[in-house]
Design a protein around this ligand. Structure first.
Ligand SMILES: NC(=O)C1=CN([C@@H]2O[C@H](COP(=O)(O)OP(=O)(O)OC[C@H]3O[C@@H](n4cnc5c(N)ncnc54)[C@H](O)[C@@H]3O)[C@@H](O)[C@H]2O)C=CC1
Ligand SMILES: NCC(=O)COP(=O)(O)O
Length: 333
């Protein structure tokens, strides 16, 4: 039987997306899990790094059939001109439509999941996009879909032996403290534990919870968030059957020995989570959205406008994202 392909939204066509998608197809064309690009065929044909045979397809079934010979694309052209390295708000409606179409195909079960190539937020905001990123947009698009257990979205990044989940995502640092709540941390912990079991096959996941302040607040003398919010949240998670511990000082949570003591860290803000992942393996890192009715992964890097069009972008992180989406889709059956 031909496997259900993944839908891969092309992301910002002026970024590294078209190049890394083309390179990923070359690397994976013989692999068992095919993908179909939802994007612009003309842009893909012009991608740097060596032309790939691009085939316009009518849907996932045809994509799965042609994948070994050609890069399949569901062609939804963007308003031009598309110039590598020069993002434009004119492309925003197409970028958004590619994500919506991929999510719709996943919700209907026509594809096994969604992989998103990077978008830049600024040109989308200029065109009226209302969401901080894919994570929140996909949560909105799939809000009516059925979901067992706790509901996300929770952003997780994985690299090598490290997984980090985020209690807050794209928030200004000055607002993080006021956004942390016991309920929010408990929900993020439940979503993460559930995903570790269901999507990553870890039967009894261990969850370290990071502190916010230096030394995790030093018993309340360097900040009260740990005592008033994080500790009660960890207790509540334990009462709900999650093997959670913390708050742990974040500066000593990420070295190799510490990483053997947990299956994931629940971090309290964006850079606390993403810096260790990108330090450990920038090229192999993957962004996964947890707690949605669909599977969604993405490379850990952004649009790379500074190198777009030069043929030097690395496809490794996108390949890791495609592989992980295929694995999670297979686990979910
Ligand atoms: N999943 C997504 O959609 C993400 C989107 N972004 C967006 O990307 C835009 C640019 O963000 P930056 O902070 O500049 O991060 P970036 O990841 O685009 O670039 C950081 C550095 O990594 C390099 N780089 C990125 N991808 C590469 C690749 N495939 N191969 C070789 N080098 C690569 C770039 O040249 C740059 O030097 C922002 O608008 C941000 O919102 C950022 C992260 C993830
Ligand atoms: N820093 C991660 C990032 O910007 C990706 O966000 P999203 O588009 O996956 O929500």
């Amino acid at each position: 039987m031909t496997p259900r392909p993944l839908a891969l939204s092309l992301g910002d066509p002026a970024g590294v997306g078209p190049e890394i998608v083309t390179k990923a197809w070359r690397a994976l064309r013989g692999a068992p899990s095919p993908f179909m690009v939802v994007g612009d065929a003309l842009v893909l044909r012009a991608a740097p790094g060596g032309a790939a045979p691009v085939r316009v397809v009518s849907g996932p079934d045809e994509a799965a059939r042609v994948f070994a010979e050609a890069l399949p694309v569901l062609d939804l052209p963007a308003a031009g001109p598309i110039v590598a390295g020069q993002p434009s708000a004119a492309a925003a409606p197409a970028i958004v439509r590619w994500i919506e179409t991929a999510a719709g195909l996943a919700l209907s079960g026509a594809v096994g999941g969604v992989v998103t190539a990077p978008i830049a937020k600024a040109p989308l905001y200029e065109a009226g996009f209302q969401f901080p990123g894919h994570t929140e947009f996909l949560a909105e698009l799939t809000a009516a879909g059925g979901q067992d257990g706790a509901r996300g979205p929770v952003m997780m990044l994985t690299a090598a032996d490290l997984r980090v989940a985020l209690a807050t995502i794209h928030e200004p640092l000055a607002r993080v403290s006021s956004l942390l709540t016991i309920e929010g941390i408990v929900n993020a912990g439940l979503v993460t534990a559930q995903a570790l079991r269901r999507d990553f096959g870890i039967a009894a996941p261990r969850l370290a919870v990071a502190g916010l302040n230096p030394h995790a607040g030093e018993s309340g003398s360097i900040g009260r968030e740990e005592v008033e919010i994080v500790e009660p949240a960890v207790r509540a998670l334990r009462d709900l059957g999650v093997e959670a511990f913390g708050p742990k000082p974040a500066d000593s949570l990420f070295h190799a020995e510490a990483r053997t003591t947990y299956d994931a860290v629940l971090c309290l803000y964006h850079d606390q989570a993403l810096i260790p992942v990108k330090m450990l393996d920038f090229w192999g890192g993957v962004n996964v959205t947890l707690g949605l009715p669909i599977v969604r992964t993405s490379p850990d890097h952004g649009t790379g406008f500074d190198i777009a069009g030069r043929g030097i972008a690395r496809e490794d992180s996108l390949i890791a994202a495609i592989r992980l989406a295929g694995e999670i889709a297979a686990r979910r059956g």
